[in-house]
Design a protein around this ligand. Structure first.
Ligand SMILES: Nc1ncnc2c1ncn2[C@@H]1O[C@H](COP(=O)(O)OP(=O)(O)OP(=O)(O)O)[C@@H](O)[C@H]1O
Length: 351
């Protein structure tokens, strides 16, 4: 086991146990205030446990008993990188020098660090912005550079705190898929309240609620058979499997779903899955002609309350819509309805 954490922070009502095997990604999935950032702070060394022990590759990073610290490795000696929502790039350095910062700090020559930075900028698709300063980047670009900067320092453990939270919905699928590639062999913990992050980035999920891990297991298992209230409330994504046509996923029902797929070299005919959330679906009685959206004609099967919204299930998908929309469209079981979803809201991934 590469990373283990057992810690309490009574002042925050947090008492968590986590472990991540080498090269794997664990998602901490939970609502606001659940304790996810606290767990990351404990791992990064910005917060001390009251009780417990934190280890990385068998080395104790922090230990405490009844409020007394027994072992403490400071943050900069942990080989742990924490990436927060705010990319916090150095404003006076170019993009390349930001990324080269970690290797330089570790003693690499200027040239060696620059070469490493160029490799990472290539991996995140921003080699052409190497000479820019952070003020000239979009939010999504800045977040990519922050990821490259974190990885260039070759951390033993990468911690991501809500990596998509501050970004526009239009850029999150692209960033998520970049992360998917980059995290392949990287031991990572990603804190998120977004089930798509868990589904697409993580091998395993720990559902955190009220400062405790309430559920833990392989991502697919947790999301298909959720036992905790939070996992159940966020599960239920639309997953449409089919084959890759070159610009969309062709499903068994004959629909072609367009979405964001950055996987290079996917062969036409390869199995692919399109994922989108019920809240991204709008329902109509007539085809909204001329709109660049995916459309799905179906029959309403059920209508159930879902918080302030209603979840309408058709034979093809689930949509979360307002009670007013359900009333206006007179959505009752048996009615034919057209669901639409923007391609920008659809993630497409292999499998
Ligand atoms: N700096 C702080 N000082 C004291 N209490 C804090 C501090 N930060 C968070 N808390 C409290 O600790 C608990 C856990 O918060 P934490 O930020 O870890 O949750 P989270 O799951 O990361 O939530 P979010 O998604 O909103 O960031 C909450 O009750 C919160 O109010």
């Amino acid at each position: 086991m590469t990373f283990t954490l057992t810690a309490t922070v009574p002042s925050r009502g947090v008492d968590v146990t986590l472990d991540v095997p080498e090269g794997r990604t664990l998602a901490l999935l939970g609502p606001n205030g659940a304790g996810k950032s606290t767990a990351l702070g404990l791992a990064a060394g910005t917060l001390r446990p009251h009780d417990g022990e934190i280890t990385l590759d068998g080395r104790v990073l922090a230990g405490a008993r009844a409020g007394r610290t027994t072992t403490w490795v400071p943050a900069h000696r942990r080989q742990v990188a924490l990436l927060a929502q705010d990319p916090m790039l150095f404003p006076h350095l170019t993009v390349r020098d930001n990324v080269a910062f970690g290797p330089r700090a570790q003693g690499r020559s200027r040239r060696g660090a620059g070469t490493a930075a160029d490799r990472w900028l290539d991996a995140i698709g921003l080699a052409h912005l190497a000479e820019r300063r952070p003020a000239g980047l979009s939010g999504g670009q800045a977040q990519r550079v922050a990821i490259a900067r974190a990885l260039a320092a070759a951390p033993r453990l990468l911690l991501l705190d809500e990596p998509m939270a501050a970004l526009d919905v239009d850029v999150t699928p692209a960033l998520r898929q970049t992360l998917q590639h980059l995290l392949d062999d990287q031991t990572t913990v990603v804190a998120t309240h977004d089930v798509l992050d868990a589904l697409l980035l993580a091998d395993e999920v720990a559902v955190v609620d009220g400062g405790r891990v309430v559920e833990r297991g392989p991502t697919a298992e947790i999301l298909s058979r959720p036992r905790s209230a939070f996992a159940a409330s966020v599960a239920g994504l639309n997953l449409l499997s089919g084959t890759w046509t070159g610009d969309g996923v062709s499903t068994a029902s004959g629909a072609v779903v367009h979405g964001y797929a950055s996987h290079p070299g996917v062969a036409v005919g390869a199995p692919m899955t399109a994922v989108f959330r019920p809240a991204a679906v709008s329902l109509h009685l007539r085809d909204p002609h001329g709109s660049p959206r995916n459309t799905f004609r179906g029959t309403v099967r059920s209508v159930e309350p879902r918080g302030d919204l209603l979840r309408v299930r058709t034979d093809q998908l689930a949509a979360d819509v307002t009670p007013q929309a359900v009333a206006e469209l007179a959505l009752v079981p048996g009615r034919t309805v057209i669901g639409t979803v923007k391609a920008a809201e659809v993630d497409v991934y292999p499998g």
